[in-house]
Write a protein that binds this ligand. Structure first.
Ligand code: ATP
Ligand code: MG
Length: 366
């Protein structure tokens, strides 16, 4: 898929912006704090209705304004679509070809985007919550029904936690508890099954790409770290049963602590290079390469799942690679994946074959 143009109104530091005629490689050049990241972020938001760097939609609305608006035309294999998204403190409104979508999940994934930004290093280095967010956002964009289960799970979790908190160390109503447990396990098992499948598929691509980048020296392995059952189990009925068993095992502990101690909200993902955990033992370079391999693997996985390549958003990362890696990265995707690249100056981009790139100067939100 290819984005043809985009428009912004009251989005971050843009009061009004219209860009047209995007090419397959697009360079957004501008000094610091001019709006380059904001521009890429808005394309990501048009794909997932969420920012890659904040969960607070309010931050996307220009200071002093009531609402933000972003739109773009996307050329897809099976036709062109016009996407529009309005954000206000009251919520989001999404339109496809002028038709308002009743559910955001009907809009998410119409445009597919993979963002690679400096903060992605946190997927490797940061807390489990960051990795769960990565999994949830990436699975959600290819399987919008995943987001339904996630939302239901979070609702049940909140109610279950409230009940545990309110019973102050006493045994909560067993009938109510049983109802919450069943609902939690139903949605939880679905989430865990899809996460494991996603990781298994991502693993194949990530391992291959990582080998390519490291000249065959490093084997990257992704492993799901579950809070119940075994890591390899993918049968939903079995997962559901294992989740229920685990809940009965941690019952006393949960009553004491007043919170839910097992489920996808406690799970994690870990990375190994040559059997050593990257989080604890990886060098800065290995952690960076792991994050890059993951993101590039995601491009292939999205293609595998939906039959089309997503767009690739490279924020501030190309200029950090040496000229050889820059060229390799661009060449790998140039003919297949539309790419948007930010840089503070054209002189920081050394990749060959960028002659045909469309260049946009970004200056104070214009
Ligand atoms: P760098 O090269 O440093 O990464 P950049 O061009 O990527 O810079 P952006 O992150 O896009 O810069 O931010 C540009 C400006 O937008 C910043 O000065 C920031 O303060 C401003 N900004 C962020 N959010 C809002 C908002 N909600 N309303 C108005 N301005 C905002
Ligand atoms: Mg930036």
């Amino acid at each position: 898929m290819q984005v043809r143009d985009m428009a912004l109104r009251n989005y971050r530091n843009y009061d009004e912006l219209k860009l047209e005629n995007f090419g397959s490689v697009n360079l957004m050049i501008g000094r610091n704090a001019q709006g380059k990241t904001n521009m890429l972020e808005s394309l990501f938001v048009l794909a997932l209705t969420k920012s890659h760097r904040t969960s607070k939609d309010r931050e996307l609305i220009a200071f002093g304004q009531d609402a933000a608006y972003a739109s773009c035309h996307v050329e897809k294999k099976y036709g062109n679509v016009h996407l529009e998204l309005s954000l206000s403190p009251k919520g989001k409104k999404a339109k496809i070809n002028g038709l308002e979508q009743r559910k955001l999940s009907d809009f998410i994934g119409t445009l597919n985007a993979v963002m690679f930004a400096p903060e992605d290093l946190e997927i490797v280095k940061g807390t489990p919550g960051i990795r769960r967010r990565f999994l949830d956002m990436e699975i959600g964009q290819v399987q919008p029904s995943y987001l339904f289960h996630l939302q239901q799970y979070q609702k049940v979790l909140l109610q279950r936690n409230n009940m545990l908190k309110q019973s102050y160390g006493k045994t909560p109503d067993p009938v109510m508890m049983e109802i919450w447990n069943e609902q939690l396990a139903e949605h939880g098992a679905n989430i865990v099954r899809r996460r494991k499948r996603f990781i298994r598929k991502l693993q194949v691509w990530a391992e291959d790409i990582h080998k390519g980048i490291t000249g065959g020296k490093e084997q990257l392995v992704l492993r799901y770290v579950p809070s119940f059952g075994e890591a390899e189990e993918e049968d939903e009925a079995v997962l559901l049963e294992q989740f229920m068993i685990k809940l009965s095992q941690v019952r006393e502990q949960e009553i004491r602590r007043g919170t839910t101690l097992a489920g996808p909200h406690r799970d994690d993902l870990s990375f190994f290079i040559n059997e050593k955990e990257v989080h604890n033992f990886g060098s800065q370079g290995q952690q960076r390469t792991t994050a890059l391999s993951l993101k590039l693997a995601e491009i292939e996985l999205i293609h595998e799942e939906i039959g089309e390549y997503p767009i690739l958003l490279l924020d501030d990362v190309l200029s950090e690679l040496d000229p050889y890696r820059q060229t390799q990265l661009i060449e790998t995707f140039q003919s297949r994946v539309q790419t948007f690249i930010t840089a503070t100056g054209i002189e920081t981009i050394h990749a060959e074959k960028l002659q045909g790139a469309h260049i946009y100067q970004v200056s104070e939100g214009h």
